[in-house]
Design a protein around this ligand. Sequence first.
Ligand code: ATP
Ligand code: MG
Length: 293
Amino acid sequence: MLDLSRLDFIRRGAFQRLFGGDPTSRSAGTLTSRVVCVASGKGGTGKSIMASNLAVTRAQTGERVLLVDFDAGLANAHLLLGLAPRYDLGHLIDGGIELEQALVEGPQGMYLLSGGVGRAALQNPTRRELDRLFRALRPAEDLFDLIVIDHGAGMSYGTVAHLAASSTMILVTSHEVTGLSDGYAIYKRALMVNPHIRVGLVVNRAPNQAAADAAWDRFRAACQRFLASQPEYIGWVPADEAVSRSVENRVPVTLGEPQSPSARALREIAGWGAIELARTSSAFYDRALRALR
Ligand SMILES: Nc1ncnc2c1ncn2[C@@H]1O[C@H](COP(=O)(O)OP(=O)(O)OP(=O)(O)O)[C@@H](O)[C@H]1O
Ligand SMILES: [Mg+2]
């Protein structure tokens, strides 16, 4: 749970006003969070590794970061961060708790909203449930500089709503043709719902740079042939046993083995310039709510 006394970045009064009051009563001119979605076509490509390391790396620089594990029902970001949250976004959907109760503090002072494990009903939230969830999440935009959203694989209704609202997405793929093909499908879909979205492609778990670059060439060729736009190639992460150890140890690799090849690559990707600019002209969760309609 969010401990008010330990959060120097949230002034108590402002916090209570936000959580106690009407979440729509944001004062004019207040800057809201930047939001970055991490998604992939295929499962197991490394989204949660990317998202959790992105969150801690940005938090290390002093940013107020919230990681939302939107892989509802099959969440695992808390495991990667060594956390045991009591509540998750299912509880927010159910409406029994406030946002502040659902947040847990993680490494480097980042916060996690867990996605919940083993609740089948969470895997496909209805429009009404998503509506409740997005409303519950709105106050987070005033509390954090950066919200990183770790999605489940593919294009669930909830993921589509996020991508329609988001200015920025990191698309994680493997170097293999199956991963690339599914990644292409999700890129195309993202452009359909949001032609202005800025997408950065990460080739994860590649055996070497040549394989990663070849994967990017293939991806780019397909985009050039069939679409009027292409993502940015923002980096590749080597297949690295340090990542497996980090999962075992429940400590993000950028903290546990910061000099490993994967940690270096993940840090570099966390510096992608678009993350600085990932703010939308209106509040993100208002846009996501509109996308549900
Ligand atoms: N660069 C890497 N090197 C070695 N192993 C990796 C690497 N990236 C990911 N892995 C392994 O792959 C597993 C799956 O990664 P992760 O959980 O991030 O995938 P995901 O895309 O979030 O999966 P899901 O679609 O189920 O949410 C990790 O537990 C880790 O063991
Ligand atoms: Mg995941």
